[in-house]
Design a protein around this ligand. Structure first.
Ligand code: NAP
Length: 244
């Protein structure tokens, strides 16, 4: 059995690409999602083609007890994870003056509380093992803000603050904690944007186009690798130059 990586939100998009890349790099992988378990299982099947163990498992990262139960089962079946990628996330966009508290709460729960739940529970397991790599998927929106995304910006800025704090607390235990801030990446999350918004965005991106999930997977695999053993508390921006 190889080292174990848990990737949240791995049924599609960026999380699926990260799971496949880590499987290609030899990690056994747990692919979390909240509801599309058949899709996560299909991605797990692709991971198994690399000769590793891959398990698809549905639980809501916003639910602390559900995270605790899932992690206890994972530990029993597959051992303590060496890598955690907190990738699960949602958007519920709307302008500030029209945003409903439920829209705000939903985005904070999935993106920020979900990250805290997994980070706190998995880092406790890693502390005992005295090693670990944690990668939190934030967003350029958390660094620079974005009209229509006050909930998402708050959640992702929170993820960045959590990343730096956890890096300071866990460094002495041999655990690195870093964030990736993607720009526009081609997934279901950005598929809903109008052609007008996409064209406008492309004009702002020096590389001239949206990134692919694999662009983020490469950055995550680097941060999980031995090549990044002296990198912690950082935010790696992967956005085609959008937010300079
Ligand atoms: P996506 O295609 O919409 O996929 C979202 C994934 O998160 C799915 O696997 C979904 O599972 C899972 N998920 C959502 N809520 C969850 C919950 N409460 N518990 C467990 N899993 C949950 O999104 P994406 O574009 O790949 O985004 C992945 C991450 O990158 C997110 O954190 C997002 O904020 C961030 N990001 C994306 C972009 C972009 O342009 N796409 C840019 C910056 C940052 P189900 O399939 O079961 O629903």
């Amino acid at each position: 059995m190889g080292e174990l990586a848990i990737i949240t939100g791995a049924s599609r998009g960026i999380g699926a690409a990260i799971a496949k890349k880590l499987a290609q790099d030899g990690y056994d992988v747990v692919l979390n999602c909240v509801s599309n378990v058949a899709k996560a299982e299909a991605v797990a099947e692709e991971c198994r083609a690399f000769g590793v163990t891959a398990v698809a498992k549905a639980w809501d990262v916003a639910d602390y007890d559900a995270c605790k139960t899932a992690l206890a089962e994972i530990k029993k079946e597959l051992g303590v994870p060496a890598v955690l990628v907190n990738n699960a996330g949602i958007t519920r966009d709307g302008l500030l003056i029209r945003m409903k508290p439920e829209q705000f709460d939903a985005v904070i729960s999935a993106n920020l509380k979900g990250c805290f739940n997994m980070l706190s529970l998995v880092s406790a397991m890693m502390v005992r093992a005295k090693r670990g790599r944690i990668v939190n998927i934030a967003s350029v929106t958390g660094l620079h803000g974005n009209a229509g995304q006050v909930n998402y910006a708050a959640a992702k800025a929170g993820v960045i603050g959590m990343t730096k704090t956890a890096a300071k607390e866990l460094g002495a235990r041999g655990i690195t904690v870093n964030a990736i801030a993607p720009g526009f990446i081609e997934t279901d999350m950005t598929d809903v944007l109008s052609d007008e918004i996409k064209e406008g965005a492309n004009k702002q991106i020096p590389l001239g186009h949206f990134g692919k999930p694999e662009d983020i997977a490469g950055a995550a695999a680097f941060l999980a690798s031995d090549s990044a053993s002296y990198v912690t508390g950082q935010v790696l921006v992967v956005d085609g130059g959008l937010a300079m």
